[in-house]
Each structure stands twice: as structure tokens, then as C-alpha cells.
Design a protein around this ligand. Structure first.
Ligand SMILES: *[C@@H]1O[C@H](CO)[C@@H](O)[C@H](O)[C@H]1NC(C)=O
Ligand SMILES: *[C@@H]1O[C@H](CO)[C@@H](O)[C@H](O)[C@H]1NC(C)=O
Ligand SMILES: *[C@@H]1O[C@H](CO)[C@@H](O)[C@H](O)[C@H]1NC(C)=O
Length: 415
């Protein structure tokens, strides 16, 4: 890297870390962005993106038992699907700080939502509480009620995943469905299986992409540093009523969206930072995808959820949030937080993981696989450099991970 590049890189790093801690909003309007040359895909939402590329989609609203209002998108017609879609429906769930749009950012030749819809599956793409599509509640106001932000994967798994499954089953009249979860989207499914008897069995197959359960061996120093810092200062942030972190429209997201699309030099700085956050896989994420993805990422979550990740990196199990002995006793009836019961994950599980994943380490995936009672297949992606974020953003998903996903969806579907 040139010295100038290195200088800018350091500044970027400082700005990112500093602004990470603030949820300052700085929305810039769309016309301005178009005049600045932003690629239109980075400005489009799910509906607009799918329409642009010849897919037909619908927007659905799901209300959880605890009042959170979530948005799901259904791609009911792929580009070449003129007949009926296959049954049963498929749910696709994003990872931490992502949204349904993350599955589209790599474009119609690589975005997994497009690839799945192209095979005529009835695809439902979820959004967990707190991101820009699911930042609503029946009675709480996310802007003013701190209570809204008191959630982590513990609640996403307990409430959001079952609510989305119930909705999809009710709406389609199907008896069961197939579930694909990436990272947090997989970990929260396992939480549901442990805590909500009867739900796990509603899936024929669960395809876990780089599943985030135990995170003891997370290799990325920068990611660990960020998460553990948030954990350390959660108490202070709570006093200042900052409950939300990295929402769309915040200074950090707007800065990334602007900076990463600017030119090839700034784009490559973004690629480098992304490699530091995860792991290095040269050429995997196309320049076009880098220009687009920061229009939808980070998509926002709670400080508490980020702190939860920081805490789990300091533990060697997959347990509920540790609030300290006194509060644990009140909340859980035990001084230690209860471990999730992975024996309850009775559904057939297919796992795909990368050997160069800086966020969910192979050692933790192996630990998880030993605990799961019904693993039908585990596959390390053949490319030894496959990272965590490659699952959503790589230009090589079609050849490296989609065939395995397709094989298991197909064998669990009918026309
Ligand atoms: C997506 O954008 C369209 C056009 O601007 C808008 O009508 C629609 O409400 C948006 N959908 C969501 C879920 O934000
Ligand atoms: C991105 O652009 C840079 C500079 O134009 C080029 O060197 C690089 O090969 C491109 N990367 C990919 C993945 O296309
Ligand atoms: C865990 O789940 C399994 C399967 O549902 C059940 O048999 C077992 O009793 C559970 N263990 C605990 C500690 O709850």
C-alpha cells in the first residue's frame, strides 16, 4: 500500500471506531447521492432491486409475541419461473448488522436470494428486529424508548425466528418449510430449537451457513476488539440512553456508502478494511459489489446485541447473556447463565463453512457440529480462502456454495 493509502486507511480506521460508538443520524437525500454518482443498486430497496432485475416480490409484515414489527420479503417469481413455485416455502435469514438486501448486493448472478428464486423456490427473506426494515413496535418507539433496544440474539431466536416461521406457514398453508440461516441467522435458529419446543420440527432441513453459536476462537483481532469494546462500555452507553448502534442513515453508514463507491482507490481501502474485519480473500468480492453493499450495511442493531457477541467471545460455550450472579439468579434462577440445549436441534442440519472465516472460526463450527444430534452433511468450502462475508458478497457463490444449498433444498422439496 502507498504511504498515502496507508495514511487514509489509518484515518478511516479511527473514524470508523469513533463513529461506531455513536448512532448519529446524517441521512443524505437520494437525489444528492445520484448526483454524486452512487450506483443505483446501493440506493434501491429490496422491492426496487428485485423489480429491476426481473423478479417479482411482495412485502409482508410479521408481529412477534412481544410486539416487534418485522418485514419479510417474498420473491414469488424468479427470472425464468413462469409456472408454479416449488413447495415448501424457504426462509432465508441474514447475519449480524445485515438485512434482507445483503442477499441481493452481489447482483443477480451471485446474490443467493436471486439464485434460489431462479430455481423456482418460494423464497421468504427475513429481517430481524432493529434493522431498518424491522425498526418498529406496536407500542414502543425505537427513537425514544430505550426498552425497545433491550434485545440480543437471545430474543431474536426466542421471538423473531418462530414468528417468521409461523407467518410463512400460515400464509402459505404449508405444513413445514426449509430454513437457511447465515451466521446469526443460523445461531438464532438453534436458540429457537432449544427454547421453543415444537418449532424445530417445522423445518424439513436447516442449512447453516457459517453458523454463529460459540465464538470462543474468533480470529479477527479488529472484530474482537470492536465487539469486546462495546461489551465493556455497554453500561455507560445505557446511562446515556444510546441503545441503537450503526443504523442505516447514521454517520458511519453514510460515510462508508459515500467513501466505498467514490473511486477505485477508496474502494480498495474498503476492501482492505473488510479483510481486516474478517479475513483476506483477494478478488472474491467484486468492485461493483463493494460499491453497492455499503448502501445496505451496516443495517443497525442494538448495543446490547453487539455486547452479547463481545461477551460470547470471552466464553467457551453457547449460553444466554451473563448479567452477573445477582441478576442471573433473578432472571434465570441460577448464578451462571443457562447453556443452550443443542440436543434439542432435532432437525436435519447441513453446515457449510469457510476455512478462512475470521468471524466464526472452524474450531467453533466443529465444536457445534459435535453437539448437534442430526447433522446430515458438513462441507468446508473448497476454496481455502473462503471468508465469513463471502457468503453474502462473493462473486463466486454460484459455483462454491450454491450447488450444495440447491441439492439439499431440492431433495426436501416437491413440485
Ligand atoms: C421501497 O421503495 C419504494 C419506492 O421508493 C417505496 O414505495 C417502498 O415503500 C419501499 N419499500 C420499503 C419496504 O421501504
Ligand atoms: C478492482 O479494481 C482494481 C483497480 O481498478 C483492480 O486492480 C482489481 O483487480 C479489481 N478487483 C476486482 C475483484 O475486480
Ligand atoms: C435437551 O433437549 C433434549 C431433546 O429435546 C431433551 O431430551 C433434554 O432433556 C434437554 N436437556 C435439557 C437439559 O433440558
Amino acid at each position: 500500500m502507498t504511504s498515502k493509502g496507508f495514511y487514509i486507511f489509518n484515518i478511516l480506521l479511527l473514524i470508523s471506531i469513533a463513529t461506531l460508538l455513536y448512532a448519529i443520524r446524517l441521512p443524505i437525500n437520494t437525489e444528492t447521492k445520484i448526483s454524486w454518482g452512487y450506483p443505483k443498486d446501493s440506493l434501491f430497496n429490496f422491492t426496487e432491486l428485485t423489480n429491476e432485475y426481473g423478479y417479482s416480490s411482495q412485502e409482508h409484515t410479521v408481529v412477534t409475541e412481544d410486539g416487534y414489527i418485522l418485514t419479510m420479503f417474498r420473491i414469488n417469481k424468479g427470472r425464468n419461473c413462469n409456472g408454479k413455485t416449488k413447495l415448501p416455502p424457504v426462509i432465508l435469514m441474514h447475519g449480524l448488522l445485515q438485512s434482507s438486501d445483503s442477499w441481493l448486493d452481489a447482483g443477480p448472478d451471485a446474490g443467493l436470494a436471486y439464485l434460489i428464486a431462479d430455481e423456482c423456490f418460494d423464497l421468504w427473506v427475513g429481517n430481524c428486529r432493529g434493522n431498518y426494515y424491522s425498526r418498529r413496535h406496536v407500542s414502543l418507539n425505537p427513537d425514544t424508548d430505550h426498552q425497545y433496544w433491550q434485545f440480543s440474539v437471545d430474543e431474536i431466536g426466542y421471538y423473531d425466528v418462530p414468528a417468521m416461521m409461523d407467518y410463512v406457514l400460515d400464509h402459505t398453508g404449508a405444513d413445514n418449510l426449509n430454513y437457511i440461516g447465515f451466521s446469526q441467522g443460523a445461531g438464532t435458529f438453534f436458540i429457537m430449537c432449544s427454547e421453543r419446543p415444537g418449532y424445530c420440527e417445522k423445518a424439513n432441513v436447516m442449512i447453516a451457513l457459517a453458523p454463529a453459536a460459540r465464538q470462543t476462537n474468533t480470529g479477527s483481532i479488529l472484530y474482537r476488539f470492536i465487539m469486546e469494546s462495546v461489551y465493556t462500555i455497554e453500561g455507560i452507553l445505557k446511562k446515556t440512553s444510546v441503545g441503537e448502534i450503526l443504523p442505516k442513515g447514521s454517520f458511519s453508514q453514510e460515510f462508508l456508502a459515500f467513501f466505498c463507491q467514490l473511486n477505485s482507490m477508496t474502494g480498495s481501502i474498503c476492501t482492505t478494511v473488510q479483510s481486516l474485519l474478517d479475513a483476506y480473500h483477494p478478488g472474491s468480492v467484486s468492485n461493483e459489489t463493494t460499491r453497492v453493499l455499503y448502501g445496505h450495511f451496516p443495517a443497525g442493531t442494538s448495543v446490547h446485541n453487539m455486547a452479547r457477541y463481545g461477551q460470547s467471545m470471552m466464553r467457551n460455550d453457547f449460553a444466554k447473556f451473563d448479567y452477573g450472579k445477582v441478576h442471573n439468579l433473578e432472571l434465570y434462577g441460577s448464578e451462571e447463565p443457562p447453556k443452550y440445549n443443542l440436543s434439542a436441534v432435532t432437525v436435519p442440519v447441513v453446515t457449510l463453512y469457510g476455512r478462512n472465516d475470521g468471524l466464526v472460526d472452524v474450531k467453533d463450527v466443529k465444536w457445534l457440529l459435535k453437539k448437534l444430534p442430526n447433522v446430515v452433511e458438513e462441507m468446508a468450502v473448497s476454496d481455502a480462502l473462503w471468508t465469513h462475508l463471502d457468503v453474502t458478497y462473493s462473486q463466486y457463490t454460484r459455483t462454491l456454495i450454491f450447488p450444495k444449498i440447491y441439492e439439499h433444498l431440492q431433495s426436501n422439496s416437491y413440485n
